[in-house]
Design a protein around this ligand. Structure first.
Ligand SMILES: Cc1cc2nc3c(=O)[nH]c(=O)nc-3n(C[C@H](O)[C@H](O)[C@H](O)COP(=O)(O)O)c2cc1C
Length: 194
């Protein structure tokens, strides 16, 4: 019990990775954790596409940079998309922080719980990674741009089912550097009525 809570509280988003690939055994545990997440009506319609091929990761990154480049933004655009557009102008930009493993979570386009189910699976994977002493981070660029023509074609070529949309993605690898400290949690986000 204590270990589970400690795992939840100690998980952090990691944005700097060593080049070494994660062990296949660890990847299996992470995917098993994903598949054991709850899903609406036990649908389990998700799909997990694991990308560990450097060339393919770089190709995805190229399309993400191109998508940012084409994107029109204004002051109402979501803050992370605006800052992503600026960051992506840099040649060295990597939406997956050069992590060795990217796991793309997709789900049925017309299924109402697609995002909720996928988010449950994603959190399970982030926690499993932390329990295995691996760094991980949610990365959202494929959710934003997954329907762009080039990206969609590549995702399908990589094994994403045609009827699916991208609901999220995570990166996993060995952390390079110290564990970051937790960002301050906001006050007044809870109401308890007894
Ligand atoms: C839906 C969602 C999308 C996110 N997208 C990104 C992202 O694209 N890139 C990134 O570096 N972090 C991303 N994050 C991670 C958040 O920035 C991070 O969880 C938050 O700053 C709190 O830090 P912590 O995870 O270390 O507690 C995302 C998190 C969520 C839940």
């Amino acid at each position: 019990m204590k270990e589970v809570i400690e795992n939840i509280l100690s998980r952090r988003s990691i944005r700097k990775y060593l080049e070494d690939q994660i062990l296949d055994e660890d990847l299996s545990i992470i995917l098993e954790a994903a598949k054991h997440a709850p899903s609406g009506g036990n649908s389990q319609t998700w799909h997990f596409t694991v990308l560990q091929n450097k060339e393919k990761l770089m190709e995805l990154n190229k399309y993400v940079r191109a998508a940012f480049d084409k994107l029109e933004v204004n002051e109402n655009t979501y803050r992370s998309i605006r800052s992503g557009k600026v960051a992506a102008k840099n040649e060295a930009y990597s939406f997956y922080y050069n992590a060795p493993t990217l796991i793309i979570v997709t789900n049925e386009r017309n299924y109402g719980n697609a995002m909720a189910d996928s988010a449950c699976a994603i959190e399970n994977m982030l926690l499993a990674s932390n329990a295995l002493n691996l760094g991980s981070c949610y990365v959202n660029q494929l959710t934003w741009f997954g329907d762009n023509n080039d990206l969609r074609e590549l995702l399908i070529e990589l094994g994403v089912p045609e009827s699916h949309k991208v609901c999220g993605a995570i990166i996993v690898g060995y952390r390079d550097g110290d564990m970051p400290t937790a960002a301050k949690r906001k006050e007044n986000t809870v109401t308890i009525i007894k």
